[in-house]
Design a protein around this ligand. Structure first.
Ligand SMILES: Cc1cc2nc3c(=O)[nH]c(=O)nc-3n(C[C@H](O)[C@H](O)[C@H](O)COP(=O)(O)O)c2cc1C
Length: 384
């Protein structure tokens, strides 16, 4: 699940330097227990099958008390590993910037094999949805620290892959910055970063490799939800595994529906209300009721018989006109904002990537692509 750079490299331990907190909260282990004699870690970001097929890097420049350089964010060991110190050189030179930027430059990569061994061809989708969640998590942490995230998309991704030392199993998926431009010019790097395998073995298929290699990087701004997320919300977020038969309060329903019924270009959003409350049970697109009725059994079967969703209050289905890695990342980032909003407002949420695409399209009477499904409801405390 975590890439390991050599132990001789300098590293900052999480918690050692307060200036690094905005980065640490982007990607952090929030639960560890034992499963089959192996440590089972869960992060602040959800992930299909908890496989986390991605890596996060950050260039830090001009932050008092921190060595300027390119770091690997190794959440598994709670460390930021310095891969390369920088001075007049920097990632800016590969990202179309003429000047040095003081602050952070985040590079997110996909490591599809971590998901592919389990999910085969569907892994590519989960990979980009997970990356979308990670983008949402970066945005949240930065906003919590009064900083803004800017997405960069006009650069040569292949050149960046090469510089980062990514081999045939890792590919850049998104680049975001947070900082201020200085007046100092930036130099090209003289040497690429070292190559380190992102998994201890890989049998990535040509199918997936070709797909991720040619996939577009994150292009458009992400959809945000105006919730007041605190550090504790980031650390406590978990996916709901059980929903109660009890319904969400009217206030919670209204709150959630207010997000789901807005336009979220380039995504569109179908909402299936499973319990009567603010709205009648049925299928909605924005505020329009498309069909009325109790669809809980149908939804369970469309979601590959995942029976835990039958007691959810509301299901949302995120779609787009075309399938692309950019849209999947958008859906993941929006999903992340909804997860955290549920945490802030005291209800449960789970992302769902397993569904029958064609049957779901037929059920919704749409020809749009189904990207991601999220279920919301009252988290069941007693899980017996
Ligand atoms: C893209 C994506 C797809 C997911 N699909 C499912 C799913 O189909 N069924 C399910 O029960 N959970 C699903 N999950 C939730 C994961 O199982 C969960 O995130 C993971 O076990 C880690 O737990 P945590 O979210 O509590 O950290 C999905 C999560 C993501 C991000």
């Amino acid at each position: 699940m975590f890439k390991h750079y050599p132990s001789f490299l300098f590293r900052y331990k999480y918690g050692e330097n307060p200036a690094l907190l905005p980065i640490e909260l982007c990607r952090i282990v929030t639960s560890t227990h034992n499963s089959a004699n192996q440590p089972y870690m869960q992060l602040n970001t959800p992930s299909a099958g908890n496989l986390h097929p991605l890596e996060l890097y950050v260039q830090i420049r001009g932050i008092k008390g921190v060595l300027s350089g390119i770091y690997h964010v190794n959440a598994g060991e709670d460390v930021l590993v310095l891969i390369k110190e920088i001075e007049s050189d920097g990632l800016e030179s590969l990202l179309g910037m003429q000047k040095r930027m003081n602050g952070f430059i985040f590079v997110l990569s996909s490591v599809a094999f971590r998901a592919e061994w389990k999910y085969a061809k569907r892994a590519v989708r989960y990979c980009y949805l997970d990356i979308g969640h990670q983008i949402g998590a970066i945005d949240t942490s930065l906003r919590l620290h009064g900083q803004e995230m800017t997405i960069l998309s006009d650069f040569d991704a292949e050149a960046l892959n090469e510089f980062m030392g990514f081999g045939a199993d890792e590919f850049v998926a998104a680049v975001m910055t947070s900082g201020v431009m200085s007046s100092k010019s930036v130099q090209n790097f003289k040497q690429n970063l070292m190559h380190v395998c992102p998994s201890d073995y890989s049998e990535l298929s040509d199918y997936t490799r070709e797909l991720v290699a040619k996939c577009e990087i994150l292009k458009s701004d992400i959809i945000k939800v105006a919730s007041k997320v605190q550090e504790s919300d980031i650390l406590k977020r978990r996916s709901s595994r059980f929903f109660d038969t009890e319904a969400l309060s009217q206030t919670q329903q209204k709150h959630l529906l207010s997000h789901l019924s807005q336009e979220h270009y380039p995504l569109s959003c179908f909402t299936i209300v499973l319990k009567d409350g603010v709205l009648k049970r049925g299928v909605y697109r924005n505020k329009i009721l498309l069909k009325e009725g109790d669809f809980s059994q149908q939804i369970v079967s469309l979601l590959v018989d995942q029976s835990f969703v039958k007691n959810a209050d509301i299901i949302t289905v995120l779609c787009s006109k075309y399938f692309s890695s950019n849209k999947l990342m958008q859906a993941g980032a929006f999903g992340h904002a909804l997860y955290l909003d549920a945490q802030v407002n005291g209800f449960g949420c789970s992302g769902i990537g397993a569904f029958y695409d064609k049957k779901m399209q037929d059920f919704l009477a749409t020809d749009e692509c189904i990207l991601y499904v999220l279920a919301f409801g009252v988290e069941k405390k007693d899980k017996k």
